[in-house]
Ligand binder design. Structure first.
Ligand SMILES: [Zn+2]
Length: 158
């Protein structure tokens, strides 16, 4: 336990995203829009031993709480993640992310002729039809979105 303290000190205010599947923390940082120019401290632990997962990643962000959209995207790429809200060095709220049944407006349809791409005011709606491997279906044109599609959209988004 001493060793853990040395690795990363506790944060006073903010969010700890724990139980991220190994190697996915960098994608989580992308979802959060972390650029490296932040004023607050962000700690990333990659490949930490975990009883539950074998190996896991952890992201700690000071002075920030996550939006619902961010949590939904994290649920897609890191379904085992738990979110810990920290205030005054204490965990005041802890919950596991829940894969939403649908994702609205954040992602783009891969089909260029889809109404969500051709019309300005049509919001995208994707139904989550498979968890593993991840597969989403456009509610308008029934095109599928895979994890790779989502990852490349995240690249473009930020
Ligand atoms: Zn579509």
């Amino acid at each position: 336990m001493e060793e853990n303290k040395l690795r990363v000190r506790k944060i006073e205010e903010g969010t700890v995203i724990d139980h991220i599947p190994r190697g996915r923390s960098l994608i989580v940082l992308k979802i959060l829009g972390v650029t490296g120019n932040e004023e607050n401290t962000i700690a990333v632990l990659i490949n930490v031993e975990s009883k539950k997962l074998g190996r896991k990643d952890i992201v700690k962000i000071e002075r920030r709480e996550l939006t619902e959209d961010e949590v939904n995207l994290i649920a897609l790429v890191a379904p085992t993640a738990t979110i810990n809200i920290i205030r005054n060095f204490q965990v005041v709220k802890k919950y596991r992310v829940k894969l939403p049944r649908e994702i609205r407006h954040i992602l783009r349809c891969v089909n260029p002729t889809c109404v969500t791409n051709s019309e300005k005011n049509v919001e995208t709606v994707f139904e989550v039809i498979c968890r593993d491997p991840l597969k989403l279906k456009c509610a308008y044109c029934w095109s599928y979105l895979t994890l790779d599609d989502i990852l490349s959209q995240l690249e473009e988004m930020r």
